[in-house]
Ligand binder design. Structure first.
Ligand code: FMN
Length: 189
């Protein structure tokens, strides 16, 4: 059995929708268990993170970067950086923003660098970008055309029940399932 932890921050609930979708994707893979953890709960769960086979990071994009709460989580890990307990674990990331772009690639880059600092192995999104055909990109997976991780967009006027759209949630589930599948392969070796 592989153990995956999804650790995320969500100020207003939109990124939480995506975090749940990622967790559903993980659990869809037979033999994988997912612990869904808000950064506010992390202090009671460091051992779960250390025991995980994979950790998936999630943050809204605030001012073109991870949120302050997520950065606080990142900096808390400096306390065990020298011991490198996350070496060779899989890592992946997702982010949600208000604008279609919103500079959120930078958020994923921050997460990937953070994972590299902990000697983790970064898993990207294995989905081709949605194509602009006659029907436009709506309804297709990877609507926002990301490859470093899962991106989603939530119009700021819409509450978490209405945004992010289903295709972004399914894109996130796909990433969760991919990480679970790869983690399972590593556990078998
Ligand atoms: C402090 C702050 C900064 C933000 N900065 C950006 C930004 O740089 N780009 C963007 O597209 N949206 C930005 N937004 C909008 C959020 O990314 C968007 O509302 C998102 O859905 C919030 O996710 P959450 O509900 O999980 O907190 C910002 C929102 C806040 C509160």
């Amino acid at each position: 059995m592989s153990k995956v932890v999804v650790v995320y921050h969500s100020g207003y609930g939109h990124t939480r929708v995506i975090a749940r979708a990622v967790a559903q994707g993980v659990e869809r893979h037979l033999g994988s268990r997912c612990l869904l953890l808000a950064v506010e709960e992390v202090d009671a769960h460091w051992e779960d993170l250390h025991r995980a086979d994979a950790i998936i990071f999630g943050s809204p994009t605030y001012m073109g970067s991870v949120s302050a709460a997520f950065k606080q989580f990142m900096e808390a890990t400096a306390s065990f950086y020298l011991a490198q307990p996350w070496r060779d674990k899989l890592a992946a990331g997702f982010t949600n923003s208000g604008s279609l772009c919103g500079d959120k690639l930078n958020t994923l880059v921050q997460m990937a660098v953070f994972a590299a600092q902990h000697s983790m192995i970064w898993v990207g999104l294995d989905l081709l970008p949605a194509r602009f055909g006659d029907g436009g990109i709506d309804g297709q997976l990877n609507r926002l055309g990301s490859s470093l991780g899962a991106m989603s967009q939530s119009s700021v006027e819409q509450p978490p029940g209405l945004a992010p759209p289903l295709e972004d949630q399914l894109t996130a589930s796909h990433l969760g399932e991919r990480v679970a599948r790869l983690a399972q392969r590593m556990v078998r070796e």
